[in-house]
Design a protein. Structure first.
Ligand code: BG6
Length: 480
């Protein structure tokens, strides 16, 4: 069941994020029947444009499926647009007049308003402040604020942001998006972990030898260099997305399925991670492709000449608790690689016994994207008269097993959660604080005068040539 007469305001409605993610996700929810047509969606941005121009802009990225063409018009009828400034009260006041008129026309006695900030960091606090002041319905209704990364660029800036935000918006009114938490296979981690007793029994250092979480993208910064150059792959992907995935993969069982119990366990896990070993990090920057067709990072006109920005990093964490002590956790991420893939790889210890001279290790692979899948590498006898063994996959590939199901976009799942006031898949303030505490010393070292020069790797390759040695040194056994 969905809420009726909800008002959703998207700030930054003319920007890329809103166009490519937020509005397509709202349309996806509507198409799938998860958003009532009594919802009022208001785009708010500085750009002057007519409602028609706004509509044609936001529908560019809609996923229009068979039979859903007529839903586009119905959805667009729910969407209006306001052009106003971010730093002056007038726009917000006018916005609230419009919202109140809408609510009055529908006889809403308890307003439900969702404010989505698809905005650059510089205007984030000014907007949050003014929305609180001019658009919050007060005790008579419900207001929620959805915010997007970056949440600071280190511990100090993240805390500063939090100190400004906390007096305005209570933690339970806030939804901090890490869109990886909305991905189907990431949402599947809790069921996988806590609803399967066979896995539960071996999910520890007695059986597991290493964990890897890997993020690969087949393209470089391509025009986004100006943004990326200040950020680097660790802040962009590892400190948030990959660390969040790890918390769900490795946390203890929450005492119940509610958001606070889950987030408490994520925090416990984060607290158990040892300070990162700065010496044990492999960093790289992509160079021109071997065939010369793809540019190197430094060829991007939007980056600083001679920039040492890291576009590839592999690092190893240690979790200091009874379950995970001595199991290395390798997080690695890179741009401009040979493929686009996000995968979790849990490698089990070798089985030693007197029957076989050699058996391969079991490995559980959870492919987050593309082509969602989960498979376990198993040793089995080759069928037939021979007794030889082979490694086969116990394979759950979603496109085969669940081909009739619609797998939502991460943003669809998350906006739906926010509409239902479910905070499980959003980052709490303490999670954010600990994750920055972990990564800030490493970033300071890497970006400081003693930091290593990133190793060049060709665009389209697997990453820095030292990668295999790095993985072997840190406990991953390559099995061919
Ligand atoms: C974003 C990063 O958070 O995640 C991007 O800023 C990256 O640089 C993106 O490309 C990856 O998301 P996805 O959903 O495409 O894996």
């Amino acid at each position: 069941p969905f809420k009726e007469n909800t008002v959703i305001v998207v700030f930054g409605a003319s920007g890329d994020l809103a166009r490519k993610k937020t509005f397509p996700a709202l349309f996806g929810l509507f198409r799938e029947g998860y958003l009532s047509d009594t919802t009022r969606i208001i785009g708010y941005a500085r750009t002057k444009m007519t409602v028609e121009e706004f509509h044609s802009r936001i529908k560019e990225h809609f996923d229009i499926r068979d039979g859903s063409q007529d839903l586009v018009g119905r959805f667009l009828d729910m969407c209006t647009y306001e052009s106003a400034q971010y730093d002056q009260p007038e726009g917000y006041k006018k916005l609230t007049v419009g919202i109140e008129e809408f609510e009055a026309s529908r006889c809403v006695d308890r307003p439900h308003r969702l404010f989505y900030l698809a905005l650059p960091p510089a205007v984030f606090i000014p907007v949050a402040e003014r929305v609180r002041k001019y658009c919050h319905p007060g005790k008579n209704g419900v207001a929620r604020l959805i915010v997007e990364k970056p949440f600071g660029r280190d511990l100090a800036t993240a805390r500063e942001l939090q100190e400004k935000l906390a007096p305005l918006w209570k933690e339970d009114e806030l939804f901090r998006i890490d869109h990886y938490l909305g991905k189907e296979m990431v949402k599947n981690l809790i069921p996988l972990r806590f609803a399967n007793s066979f896995l539960h029994a071996c999910w520890n250092n007695q059986y597991i030898s290493s964990i890897q979480i890997e993020f690969k993208e087949p393209f470089g910064t391509e025009g986004r260099g100006g943004y990326f150059d200040n950020i680097g792959i660790i802040r962009d992907v590892i400190q948030n997305h990959l660390l969040q995935v790890l918390t769900l993969l490795a946390m203890e069982r929450p005492i119940s399925g509610d958001a606070e119990s889950i987030r408490n366990e994520k925090v416990h896990l984060l607290r158990a991670i040892k300070p990162l070993n700065k010496e044990n990090v492999l960093v790289g920057q992509y160079a021109r492709s071997e065939d010369g067709k793809k540019p190197g990072y430094l060829d991007d006109k939007t980056v600083q000449p001679g920039s040492k920005c890291i576009t590839y990093a592999a690092l190893t964490l240690e979790i200091c608790n009874e379950r995970w002590e001595s199991v290395p956790v390798i997080l690695r991420a890179g741009k401009a690689l040979n493929e686009g893939k996000v995968e979790i790889r849990v490698q089990f210890k070798e089985t030693k016994n007197g029957i076989f001279s050699h058996v391969s290790r079991n490995e559980l692979v959870i492919r987050v994207q593309p082509n969602e899948a989960m498979y376990m590498k198993m040793n089995t006898k080759i069928p037939g008269v021979s007794n030889r063994m082979v490694v086969s996959d116990l394979d759950l590939t979603y496109s085969q097993r669940y081909n009739k199901f619609y797998i939502p976009q991460a943003y669809e799942s998350l906006i739906r959660d926010a509409l239902n006031d479910n905070h499980s898949n959003f980052v709490r303030d303490d999670e954010l604080d600990i994750s920055w505490s972990l990564f800030t010393p490493l970033l300071e070292y890497l970006e400081g005068p003693d930091g290593p020069d990133p190793v060049p790797y060709p665009y389209g390759s697997r990453g820095p040539p030292q990668l295999n040695d790095y993985l072997a040194k840190n406990g991953y056994v390559y099995q061919g």
